[in-house]
Design a protein around this ligand. Sequence first.
Ligand SMILES: *Cc1c(COP(=O)(O)O)cnc(C)c1O
Length: 379
Amino acid sequence: MADSTIDVEEIEAVTEVLRSRWLTAGSVTRAFEREFAAALGAADAVAVSSGTAALHLAVLALGIGPGDEVIVPSLSFVASAAVTALSGATPVFADAVSPDDLTVDPGDVRRLLTARTRAIVAMHFGGHPAHLDELAAIAREHGAALIEDAAHAPVVRTDAGALGTVGDIGCFSFYSSKNMTTGEGGMVVARDPGVLDRIRSLRSHALSTSTWDRTRGGVAGYDVDGLGLNYRPTEISSALGRVQLGRLPEDRVRRRELVAEYREALAAEPRVGLPFAERTGDSAHHLMAVLLPPGVPRDQVRAHLRAAGVQTSVHYPPTHRFSHYLRAFDSARRALPVTEDVAPRLLSLPLHSRMSGADAVLAADALVTAVHRSGEERA
Ligand SMILES: *Cc1c(COP(=O)(O)O)cnc(C)c1O
């Protein structure tokens, strides 16, 4: 992929693992876990095979199942709703705050609480922190868990601590499009060490000992004390992750500069909305999401941009409008006005640390032209 930051260091780290002949989760993975935890200021972390696996283990470790409800943002990737439904629980969809703030609305979360609510999922949209103070207070009052979907937000600091460590469980993704990647991979942190132990166990069939212990440590046999899965990462992915973790600080600086270039160039068309532009705190700047003016057809804008050599994407089609959720949970029965307003207007422009400022200005100019032109075509 042209926008990934894989370099000679990653190639050497992977080669070293291959030479060692130990490919499944072992000492490199353990080192990756310790380094990731240290970067967050957490006591420990568990590396897994994907961000979805991280979220699934969070739901399983909390013992969430049939009859329970989990409040999830509709404006997010489908994974948090899917793992909830897979566990037999009901995903309940919450609205976003406003067109300027696409994170989950604590006021709406409060309205959705019932006696069945077991957890609330907050997603840090584009790496911008959700309203964790309010959400943690709501969760605490209600006796529910707060799960942070921090897939967009590795090592982002807030006054309350790094994202992922503020709620009860934090889930990260290292999918290839994310700020740090291992190809496929993820990480879990948890406030309660007992919960993290359970996650570590569920990651590997709920076996009482790991393959590493049995092979290297001379431990014989094992017991099974629960229903687990195989969500282990490989040593290859963990070796990649250790190098990528070290690249985050410079990647962050570059992303911030590019976002500033974008915002300056897009000021030429004030009808294009810039979510989170007023935020001043730390962000991972994972996405350069913009809001098209109401009535401007997104498909046409995307076609104009494609013709100018600019690839765009959409984060996200609202989960509560997907066929499965409509059918299984009647999920559109309740209106989510902010999500429904912004969802057809959202567009993500290219953003990765190997872009030049000129690339960003070119993409911004192409967007401004496309918005003007689609207005003329309609007139
Ligand atoms: C990428 C992503 C996930 C899923 O992570 P995978 O590693 O692809 O399984 C979950 N939530 C959000 C918000 C994501 O962006």
